[in-house]
Design a protein around this ligand. Sequence first.
Ligand code: GLC
Length: 455
Amino acid sequence: MKRILLISIVLIFVSQFSYSQKKIWNETETEKTERLSWWTEARFGMFIHWGSYAQAARHEWVKKRERISDEEYQKYFEIFNPDLFDPAEWAKKAKAAGMKYAVITTKHHEGFNMFKSEYTDYNVTNTPYGKDIIKEWVDAFRAEGLGIGFYYSLIDWHHPEYTIDRVHPQSVRTQEEYDELNKNRDMSIYREYLKNQVREILTNYGKVDILWLDYSFPGKFGKDRDDWGSVELMKMVRKLQPEILVNDRADLKDYQGGWDFTTPEQFKVQSWPEIDGEKIPWETCQTFSGSWGYYRDEHTWKDNKQLLVLLIESVSKGGNVLLNVGPTARGTFDQRADKALKEMGEWMKYNSRSIYGCTQASEEFEAPDHTLLTYNPKTNRLYIHLLDYPMKNFLLRGFGDKVKYAQFLHDASEINIGKPYGHWVQQETGENDINLLLPVNKPNVEIPVIELFLK
Ligand code: GLC
């Protein structure tokens, strides 16, 4: 009797649980891993923030920051004409930097569309430029074999039916003030508009590899999935592009199929992000400087080593990097971005084997001081990135029975393996420790990489 009671309690619990599991679609974990595999192997992509704010050249949030009205902001629309735009050149630069995919803003918070939309006149084809930038961009990036991603802003500071909220240029303080401002706005009309536009970008440009929706901010005077209609939206997305990868900003974290990867923004994670103890796919999005859109007078640009460490460290924790360029209103990358990309490309040319297809190394390998480890499970090779170049003797603790061969990655030159070494002072070492005999002079590589062939 007791047993029957227990079984029925368990059954009720299980049925309740599966009932409460919210689903956008059905997919097993293995299927998901498979769908994401091109992206987890790629590891490195280019983000592109480009819109009419490039003309203000002082942050893509300029409309909000300076509380600019639609009338005043209209001047950017009227003169938008990036005469030097050459997407083939952009694509070549991305590829030369070692990037495998790119995500461009089809519309940012300002509400201006870089693509031809049937649902508004506020799009690029009605500016002096007159052509569909997204179309030109997609063709060029695809031609270079790069994955194609669309950023689309859920937030919209131009649409007349979008209700004013706390991140809007016309934000106010009290509920009464919001009620007054929003009394003639109907968010359901905007919701439809947004769905129509997402349908457009996922229908008019062939296969799209990534959709990057930005962003939800639930709570007081905020917006969440009900405002966007995220569940319906995501069902449509999955139907239109079943292989697409979607980020996690539509407020659907508790829905199966509501998102594919998480998006730590402008910071380095301490460790591989998890949900309920499970490691999840992740991609950090980062800028070269303090702004996403072109910002002429912003000077906090990260240097080459910082950028390389960002990439290597992300891979060493199982993640991707989406590194942003904010092109100018002429349609070019500014010199600082060009320089940064070129330097990364020089390193990637010789060292990308420690990035592509790599991930976190198993815990059995203890990273020596000032190093980062990555591991390629397919080739069974381990990569030691020397952030601070050591001297001749480089001790690897507990690696002895695991290493078959060692070489520098950039020039495939052998590194001899010896016994732990001490002169006058003997350090405590274990049976299984080995000593790599490195050249005293640092090779001419920003961050040299040792490639270990494992047994
Ligand atoms: C933030 C900002 C936005 C930028 C995005 C990139 O959400 O609102 O300007 O596009 O981060 O992740």
